[in-house]
Ligand binder design. Structure first.
Ligand SMILES: *[C@@H]1O[C@H](CO)[C@@H](O)[C@H](O)[C@H]1NC(C)=O
Length: 475
């Protein structure tokens, strides 16, 4: 065996012994939660909300924290501080942000299978130190899963020892994500699955992002028996339609607002020049946000646009497609777009990428004709947050539909259309947007009304009546 590997294993073993000692030390000094039971009037409900990720990019955990705080609970919001958290979190007197030290980054020379245990040890130490030593005990610990390792084990142990109750908010499964990036046969995938199934059963209450996920968690291999409820993601307040009452406000006001927004957000001169056409509907605007990763196959959209553009010229409505988001395969696809454009395969279609501040992205959605979502679910039972946000902006969607929970968000023919192949997406674009400047305006209008309706239900309604009641914050 390689000498470097021997050194690594030796120091890992030392690390495990040191860690066991440190954890035992923290645990010996533990105090238990002895406060009032949930729902009593003396003293507020205390909750640790924990995500092993960037707080600023964890909207759902942020909304949990804000909802708890709004109902008078005291929240410690625990996670990494990479981007700035939601301003309401920073301004709430009832929420304290408790940052975790950033995890170590894997140098390219160290293989994943050797680095992963070291990273986990590091996280176990800091999580235990924080939950068992720095913070007072809480009535509830609410954690996000995934990441499952080591959060599930550490949080469930602390809950047992400190008399807290554990709430697991299932966004997805850690092991299916790992299988997606490392391959289904990677040895750590089987280990991660067993870990998640075992420790996942130790919650007092389970929240899920879909009904399909809740059904799955009730059956093997998860076999969870505790109370469980699906709490669907809802759009953030920042996502609003152009006008809340489309039919009652004068069209000129909407056009003026739309013009202002487009002037602000369209990336270059070439797109700016299209504004008059976008305003009178002779060019249609589609928006997609993608992470440019293999699990969101951007070639689906590119192929669909190529097929759309290949229709007879006089029947094609020109399209502007704005793609937002950052990710590893972006440069690769930009080259492909440039090549297709140069070869004359995208007449009447202009594809532009943009990196927009959150508020501008939200405003852009409200101006668009159709949102496109390429999200492919690794578990089959999660849902794309970007579609939730598109509905919040009153924007109907064309979305990849090949997974079980799809219909819990996108209602076919009501607020959007599903596709699985590029040809189907091209057909949807042609029907809704194309067709000699018209397209099927009646269908698009119907989908828009459906999107407005779906988007008008917000987080508070979903949360207050369900989670708030169980936690004893809402009577
Ligand atoms: C903080 O909690 C108090 C009750 O303890 C509540 O009245 C208030 O609205 C909460 N504030 C915020 C910003 O959530």
């Amino acid at each position: 065996m390689d000498t470097m590997l021997m050194y690594f294993l030796f120091f890992c073993a030392l690390g495990v012994i040191a860690l066991a000692g440190a954890v035992a030390f923290f645990i010996l000094g533990l105090t238990k939660y002895n406060g009032p039971p949930a729902g009593s009037s003396d003293g507020s409900v205390s909750v640790h909300v924990l995500v092993l990720g960037d707080i600023g990019r964890s909207p759902r955990m942020t909304y949990h924290a804000l909802s708890i705080a709004k109902h008078g609970g005291t929240v410690k919001l625990i996670g990494y501080l990479e981007t700035s958290p939601h301003p309401d979190v920073a301004n709430s007197p009832n929420i304290t942000i408790t940052p975790l030290p950033a995890p170590p980054h894997r140098p390219a020379s160290i293989p994943f299978i050797l680095f992963a245990p070291w990273k986990v040890l590091y996280q176990v130490y800091h999580l235990t130190h924080l939950l068992a030593h720095t913070l007072p005990p809480a009535q509830w610990i609410l954690i996000q899963n995934p990441p499952s390792i080591p959060t599930l084990a550490v949080a469930s142990l602390i809950c047992r020892l400190r008399n807290s109750k554990l709430i697991i908010d299932w966004h997805n499964y850690g092991w299916t994500i790992l299988a997606g990036t490392r391959g289904a046969n990677h040895p750590l995938v089987a280990l991660a699955k067993r870990f998640e199934c075992h420790f996942g059963r130790l919650g007092s209450l389970h929240l899920t992002v879909t009904h399909a996920m809740a059904r799955q968690l009730r059956s093997p291999p998860y076999s969870i028996t505790q109370p469980m409820m699906a709490v669907h993601d809802r759009p953030a307040t920042i996502f609003q339609p152009l006008t809340l009452a489309p039919s009652s406000s004068p069209p000129s006001t909407r056009t003026r607002r739309k013009k202002e927004i487009l002037q602000r957000v369209l990336p270059t001169q070439a797109e700016q020049a299209l504004i008059p056409h976008l305003l009178d509907g002779t060019t249609r605007l589609i928006v997609s946000s993608t992470s440019w990763t293999p699990d969101e196959d951007f070639s689906l959209l590119l192929d669909a646009l190529t097929l759309y553009a290949a229709q007879p010229q006089q029947t094609v409505t020109p399209l502007l497609a704005i793609i937002t988001g950052q990710g590893p395969q972006k440069a690769h696809y930009l080259e492909q777009i440039a090549a297709l454009t140069a070869a004359g395969l995208l007449p009447n279609v202009r594809i532009a990428t943009a990196f927009l501040p959150f508020a501008d992205y939200a405003a852009l959605l409200a101006c668009a004709d159709l949102g496109v979502c390429l999200h492919k679910s690794s578990s089959g039972v999660d849902l794309p947050m970007k579609v939730v946000d598109m509905f919040g902006a009153g924007l109907p969607v064309a979305a990849y539909a090949g997974y079980e929970s799809f219909g819990e968000l996108v209602k076919e023919g009501e607020n959007g259309r599903g596709f699985e192949k590029a040809g189907e997406l091209a057909g949807i674009l042609g029907r809704l947007l194309g067709g000699g400047g018209g397209g099927d305006r009646a269908e698009l209008e119907r989908l828009r009304r459906g999107a407005l309706k779906e988007g008008s239900r917000r987080w508070d309604e979903e949360w207050d009546s369900r989670v708030g009641r169980v936690m004893g914050l809402v009577s």
